[in-house]
Design a binder for this molecule. Structure first.
Ligand code: GLY
Length: 381
């Protein structure tokens, strides 16, 4: 990554200091929890009411990044606590799905990378094996979700899954068995062909015939509608393809990430406050700060890949990442010590009622992006 200017460097350092100042008391008063969102400013606890929820790895990842930032043992202990609580999920077939990467990359894999403990390795390999078992050989895609009774969903695949592929890349690196990586590459190739439209916008859901593997249609999923441009899906695409480039060295994935990023930068509102869907009606003001944070972290990954390949244009993506993060800092962060969350105005989807809330992965990717800019990030994805 290019050298940051002094102003950029100071802003990154100051923002990370603000994060540390807030997250020490927040973590102290939320020990032993797995937060997802806040009620009246205080974290809930998914370890009690939904131990298999797809976001349950992010608090662990946040704790690891904060441990890397501060060296404070409390953060490491909480991260390990999350990993142990996920064992309940590992023993639940119904609770395992394409999102295994979101749960075990920020917990077991990152702990194993640092501490080489056998338990973490075992957990992560079980999660990777289960994810590999979801691969559809006719269509070369990893099945999304379970919903076993709904036969129409047997051929569902989603753009979000690009972010889970690093679990398979990691499993091949660790075992030297290429099968996991082969499946990840096959899924990434299918996604590049079937999810990414000519203009760089992406589908959330592509439906395949589970027997022939032919794509039979697309669905709007969590976005505004079919043919729309769900902003978090766009961010998963930018980041996910940049990651597949990182794990394979194949420049075509970098090109795909760039194509999605170019669309996003052209669609970005002047305010850099990210809507829920880049194609939502003009008079709708709904926002999603999670998409802003994930886009920023994905753009940093893309910029790093372009620089590694000595390709031009990295600065444009890095500048956009800074703008997104600064906008979040100045306009969409709850910096007071009396609230548990960082980001505000996050959204689950367009049509549901999960709007204007805090969501844990928004906070995670905001911190991760800043840590990358500071050169201190743990590579979790
Ligand atoms: N992976 C589901 C979501 O982004 O909401």
């Amino acid at each position: 990554m290019r050298r940051l200017t002094d102003t950029e460097k100071h802003w990154v350092e100051d923002t990370l200091k603000k994060i540390e100042k807030k997250m020490v008391p927040v973590t102290e008063r939320n020990r032993d929890k797995i937060p997802y969102t806040t009620k009246n400013g205080r974290f809930d606890d998914k370890s009690i009411d939904d131990p298999c929820w797809w976001t349950n790895g992010f608090w662990g990842g946040e704790m690891w990044q904060l441990y890397a930032l501060t060296g404070k043992e409390m953060f490491r202990q909480e991260a390990i606590g999350v990993e142990e609580k996920l064992d309940k999920n590992l023993m639940s077939h119904q609770g395992l799905d394409h999102d295994n990467g979101f749960k075990w990359l920020p917990t077991s894999v990152i702990r194993y990378k640092q501490e080489k403990n056998e338990e973490s390795f075992n957990r992560a390999m079980l999660a990777a094996g289960n994810m590999a078992g979801r691969f559809n050989m006719a269509g070369n895609f990893i099945r999304a979700w379970n919903n076993w009774d709904d036969v129409d969903r047997r051929g569902f695949a989603i753009i979000d899954c690009m972010m889970n592929l690093p679990l398979l890349y990691w499993a091949s690196e660790e075992t030297t068995d290429p099968r996991f990586k082969m499946m990840a590459i096959a899924h990434a190739d299918t996604a590049a062909k079937e999810f990414v439209r000519e203009d760089g916008s992406v589908n959330h859901i592509v439906v395949f015939d589970p027997f022939t593997g032919k794509s039979t249609g697309t669905l709007g999923g969590q976005g505004y509608g079919e043919g729309s441009s769900w902003t978090r899906g766009q961010s998963w695409g930018i980041y996910g393809f940049a990651l597949s480039y990182g794990y394979t060295g194949d420049k075509k994935y970098l090109e795909t990430s760039k194509k999605i990023a170019d669309y996003v930068l052209a669609a970005m509102p002047e305010s850099f406050l990210v809507p829920i869907d880049y194609r939502q009606p003009k008079d709708v003001t709904l926002e999603d700060s999670t998409a802003a944070a994930i886009t920023a972290s994905g753009l940093i990954e893309l910029a790093a890949g372009l620089e590694k390949e000595n390709l031009v244009g990295a600065d444009r993506y890095l500048d956009a990442a800074f703008k997104l993060l600064k906008t979040l800092d100045e306009k969409r962060c709850s910096w007071g010590l009396d609230t548990d969350n960082l980001l505000e105005n996050c959204a689950v989807d367009y049509h549901g009622d999960g709007h204007n809330m805090s969501i844990i992965y928004g906070d995670y990717y905001f911190i991760e992006a800043l840590m990358k800019l500071a050169g201190k990030a743990l590579q979790i994805f």
